[in-house]
Design a protein around this ligand. Structure first.
Ligand code: ARG
Length: 563
């Protein structure tokens, strides 16, 4: 039972005539200082109903309430302050974690219903950007959080593998490219060709026409166009795969934009049947004025379909294929209008389930306050960042723990963990400035700090040769352990909050707090001292290790036992 529920239950027993348990829970506050207890109930809320002063109400509640779950209940001004019974709560919490292990905090909210998560979704023939990294790690973490509360996430990599740019790329390749150069370094070479094309096109506008013509050929299934496109696609995917392997992220589907080519005509037909298409200078649009949005451009005057047309087809396909409870799109904030339009068009088509579509936006990674761009070749290569972080982890391991077995693996787990955690620790909508030194920093509020705390707890348990014994009744009553116990006990609530807000940072913040409070505890208390509470202290260490590992897992980080 969560601490709020404990207090709410006791309050409900005496004031349920005037206020619901739900309202009590939402009114309970966490006092800023420990001397005001673990939770406080503001009595103002009842003043009107009871026609008494809040101070008097607080005193009456403190006098009447059942005290079994509490050490003390006291009225201070208009507040009732509750001091939980540390021994009871610690016993319950340690028992729950030691018996449920990593399943502590599991809940059946989802009833196994599917939640497709559109994530990563880089564009072929271009390097994966930092935005795609954000989408990948946020989507991956959300999939684990949702799975924990019994949804069935479906991780979809909606590869950007269709559009007029591939006509341009074919033109550039035929004019200035070579098979060898592409084979040697596919994305770099394809990017060069793409950039060259745009530079040349500034002085030679005929190139644009050639590009369009080749894209038309591609759409019509011309053998040469298709085989070039397929080759570019394969080479790009191979490179993306290297990054995914490093990050430890996998996908359930790689159905990208081109997968929907043969499903587009039906969407346009449906839109037209429903009378939603309007001709506008030869193009077809859907008017969205009543949503206060610009019209959605569905088909260009040359018949070509657009990004949103493909997203309409893919949304309908996902509903038909997965019958989803909700569908998430982890895509940068700059596309928020696109997703508003997508939902609006689907609603106009009569699809109520469009309300279950959620754009999960995130902020930009900036450099000196400016947006990073892939145009003009000015890019931060993700793989380089990851490799840099890994070698920095390796240096630190060499320095601190030179005799560690399997240094390579641990350096990988720590270096990659640093990059992922750095991305997930702030509210996802925040922009943040990218500096390599910051990403590979291991002190402070970082992934390696949490991993290190986990490894430390593992080493304490190793030293003590300790295993949990479910027949034991562990219990702690001191103030130092209490801060740790409260965070452990809050973990299930934390998971729910992260899921409700689609916010991995909620988990990252919990991990940091738990690591910090445990390190403080360890500095104050002699855990291994031989006295009657030693067993309970070790049970606490074990519980901390279990929950830190689970926090890290939900974020997509490994938790090595030694580092
Ligand atoms: N490929 C797109 C880009 O890099 C992201 C796709 C997002 N997903 C979607 N269903 N539109 O900007």
């Amino acid at each position: 039972m969560t601490e709020k529920k404990l207090v709410a239950d006791a309050l409900t027993a005496i004031i349920s005539e005037h206020i619901s348990e739900e309202d009590i829970i939402s009114l309970l506050e966490k006092p800023k200082t420990a001397q005001h207890g673990d939770l406080a109930f503001p009595a103002f809320s009842l003043a009107k109903a009871l026609r008494k002063s809040p101070q008097l109400i607080a005193q009456e509640i403190a006098a009447d309430i059942a005290k079994d779950s509490f050490e003390t209940v006291e009225a201070v001004g208009p507040y009732v302050n509750f001091f939980l019974n540390k021994r009871n709560v610690s016993t319950q919490t340690l028992h729950d974690i030691l018996t449920q292990q990593e399943h502590f905090g599991d809940a059946d909210i989802g009833g196994k219903r599917a939640v497709p998560i559109d994530m990563s979704s880089p564009n072929i023939a271009k390097p994966m950007s930092m935005g795609h990294l954000r989408s990948t790690v946020i989507g991956n973490s959300l999939s684990k959080i949702l799975e924990k509360i019994n949804y069935s996430p479906v991780k979809i990599n909606y590869i950007g593998d269709w559009g007029t740019q591939f006509g341009k790329l074919i033109v550039a390749y035929k004019k200035w490219g070579s098979e060898e150069a592409v084979r040697n370094n596919p994305i770099k070479e394809l990017l060069r060709l793409y950039v060259d094309f745009h530079e040349e096109a500034e002085t030679d506008p005929a190139l644009e026409d050639e590009g369009r013509a080749w894209f038309k050929k591609l759409e019509d299934g011309d053998a040469e166009a298709v085989s070039l496109w397929q080759w570019f696609r394969e080479e790009s995917l191979k490179e993306f795969q290297r990054v995914y392997d490093m990050l430890g992220v996998s996908f359930d589907s790689y159905n990208g934009e081109s997968f929907y080519n043969d499903k587009m005509a039906a969407v346009v037909e449906l839109l037209s049947q429903k009378g939603l298409l309007k001709a506008d200078q030869g193009a077809d649009i859907v008017d969205l004025e009543k949503y206060q949005l610009n019209p959605a451009l569905i088909r260009k005057s040359d018949g070509a379909t657009l990004y949103i047309t493909r997203d309409l087809a893919s949304a309908i396909y996902r509903k038909e294929t997965y019958d989803f409870a909700s569908a998430l799109y982890v895509v940068g904030n700059e596309q928020s209008v696109h997703f508003k339009q997508l939902k609006a068009v689907l609603l106009e088509m009569g699809f109520d389930w469009a309300n279950d579509i959620h754009h999960i936006p995130f902020g930009l990674i900036t450099k000196d306050g400016k947006k990073l761009s892939t145009r003009k070749g000015k890019i931060v290569l993700l793989e380089e960042v990851l490799n840099e972080a890994i070698s920095s982890a390796k240096e630190q391991i060499e320095e601190k723990n030179p005799s560690l077995a399997d240094k390579e693996t641990v350096a990988h787990q720590v270096g990659v963990g640093a990059v992922i955690f750095h991305d997930l620790k702030n509210d996802r909508l925040n922009n943040f400035d990218f500096t390599l030194e910051e990403v590979v920093r291991f002190e402070g509020e970082t992934g390696p700090y949490v991993q290190y705390t986990h490894a430390r707890s593992a080493s304490i348990l190793r030293k003590a040769g300790w295993q949990p014994d479910s027949s034991q009744r562990y219990s702690l009553g001191d103030a130092d352990s209490w801060e740790v116990i409260k965070l452990l006990q809050n973990f299930p609530e934390t998971v729910l909050r992260a899921a409700e807000k689609y916010e991995p940072s909620v988990i990252a913040k919990h991990a940091i707090q738990l690591a910090q409070s445990f390190n403080k505890y360890y500095a104050h208390v002699k855990v291994l001292a031989d006295d009657p509470e030693k067993e309970s202290r070790l049970a606490l260490v074990y519980a901390v290790k279990t929950i830190l590992k689970e926090d890290l897992r939900l974020l997509g980080l490994d938790a090595p036992d030694e580092m």
